[in-house]
Design a protein around this ligand. Structure first.
Ligand code: SAM
Ligand code: SF4
Length: 312
C-alpha cells in the first residue's frame, strides 16, 4: 500500500496477498473480496456494519486458516503513530454474525485474533464475543484454534471480563513505562489505568499468557532498557516484543497522518534501530526471557535481543 493523500483511495499493488478477504485501507473495494480466502479480515464499515460479513458469507470459506476480527470500528485512544482511520462513526458487528463466520470456518481455522485494527474493549459486550468463540470452538471445531485478543488494555478493569481465561494469549500494546512519555504517545490514556488493568488481570488469571507489544518510535527509543525489566518485574507479563514503528503507509484520517502533517518526528532511523537492538541485548537478562507455550513457529519468542514480530 502506498502513502495516501487525504482524498485518494488507498492503492494496493498486490491484490489479495496470501488470499486475504477484506482490506482495512479500502474496505468496500470488491477487489479485496477473495472468492476462496485463506485469511479473513472482518471489521465493521461506517454506516454498513455487516457489509463484510454479508459478503464473506457468500464466499467459499473452506480454506480459511486465519480469522482476524474487529467487532467495533472505534478506539478510546489516539496513538501518535496509529495507522487506522479512527474518525469513522461507531459501528459494530453483531454476535450472531461472528457466530456464523466461526461456524463456517470451524473445519480449517487455526487462528482467531480479536481486535486487529481498532480497540475491541470499546465493545461494551466484548465478553459475549469471547463467550461465543468459546462455545462454538468447543462445539464445532475439530481442532482448537489459537485465540488471542489485541488491546491497548485501558478498559480491562472497567469491562470486568469473565471469559479472558479462555484466550491463549492477550496482546497488550504498551509503549513506555514513563508516565509522561506513555501519555504523549498514547494520547487520551491515563498511565495509572493501564497499570491497574494489567495488574488486575495478572491477579485474576494466573495462567493467562500476557504479551506486551512495544512499538519503538522517536519518543520512546530511550525508554526500552528500563521498560523491559519493568514489564517483567512490575507488571509480571509473560512475554514481550519490541517492534519498529512503521510510517510508510496509513489510512486517510489516521492519527499517523495527522502527526506527519504536524511535522512530528515519529520514525526512527536505521542507526537508531541498531542502537535499540544493542540496548535490548544488554537489558534483557536471560532470566527475564520467557517463551510462551505456543506451538507454531510464528509465535515463539526466542531468547535473543530482538524477538520476532508477533503476527496478529
Ligand atoms: C492498530 S492496533 C489495534 C489493537 C489495539 N487498539 C492496540 O493498540 O493494541 C494493533 C497493533 O498495531 C500497532 N501499531 C499501530 N500503529 C503502528 C505503526 N505505525 N507501526 C507499528 N505498529 C503499529 C499497535 O501498537 C498495536 O500493537
Ligand atoms: S494503536 Fe492506539 S489509537 Fe490505534 S487502535 Fe490501538 S490503541 Fe487505538
Amino acid at each position: 500500500m502506498k502513502t495516501v493523500n487525504k482524498k485518494e483511495r488507498v492503492q494496493q499493488e498486490v491484490i489479495c496477498n496470501e488470499d486475504q478477504f477484506g482490506h482495512w485501507g479500502d474496505p468496500e473495494n470488491e477487489k479485496f473480496f477473495h472468492p476462496k480466502p485463506k485469511v479473513l479480515n472482518i471489521f465493521p464499515i461506517e454506516g454498513k456494519a455487516e457489509k463484510l460479513v454479508e459478503e464473506v458469507l457468500k464466499r467459499d470459506l473452506t480454506k480459511v486458516i486465519k480469522f482476524r476480527f474487529d467487532p467495533i470500528n472505534v478506539c478510546n485512544l489516539a496513538c501518535v503513530f496509529c495507522t487506522t482511520d479512527l474518525q469513522a462513526k461507531h459501528s459494530q458487528i453483531s454476535l450472531d454474525s461472528f457466530k456464523k463466520i466461526l461456524e463456517k470456518t470451524s473445519n480449517t481455522c487455526k487462528r482467531i485474533s480479536i481486535g486487529c485494527s481498532y480497540e475491541p474493549l470499546m465493545a461494551k459486550n466484548i465478553d459475549e464475543y469471547l463467550l461465543i468463540a468459546k462455545e462454538i470452538i468447543s462445539k464445532n471445531f475439530k481442532e482448537k484454534p489459537i485465540v488471542t485478543m489485541i488491546t491497548n488494555g485501558l478498559l480491562l478493569e472497567k469491562r470486568k471480563l469473565k471469559n479472558l481465561g479462555f484466550l491463549d494469549w492477550i496482546h497488550i500494546s504498551v509503549h513506555s513505562h514513563i508516565k509522561e512519555n506513555f501519555e504523549k504517545i498514547e494520547q487520551k490514556a491515563k498511565f495509572e489505568d493501564l497499570v491497574a488493568g494489567i495488574k488486575d488481570i495478572r491477579t485474576k488469571y494466573k495462567d493467562l499468557n500476557i504479551h506486551i507489544e512495544f512499538v519503538a518510535n522517536k519518543e520512546n527509543k530511550n525508554d526500552i532498557e528500563g521498560f523491559i525489566p519493568w514489564a517483567f518485574n512490575e507488571l509480571k507479563v509473560d512475554s514481550l516484543n519490541i517492534r519498529r514503528v512503521s510510517i510508510s503507509s496509513y489510512a486517510p484520517r489516521s492519527y499517523l497522518e495527522q502527526s506527519l502533517k504536524k511535522n512530528m518526528l515519529i520514525g526512527i532511523s536505521d542507526e537508531e534501530w541498531n542502537d535499540v537492538q544493542f540496548k535490548i541485548s544488554k537489558s534483557w537478562p536471560s532470566k527475564l526471557s520467557t517463551t510462551p507455550s505456543f506451538n507454531s513457529e510464528d509465535q515463539i519468542l526466542k531468547k535473543q535481543a530482538m524477538t520476532d514480530v508477533i503476527e496478529l
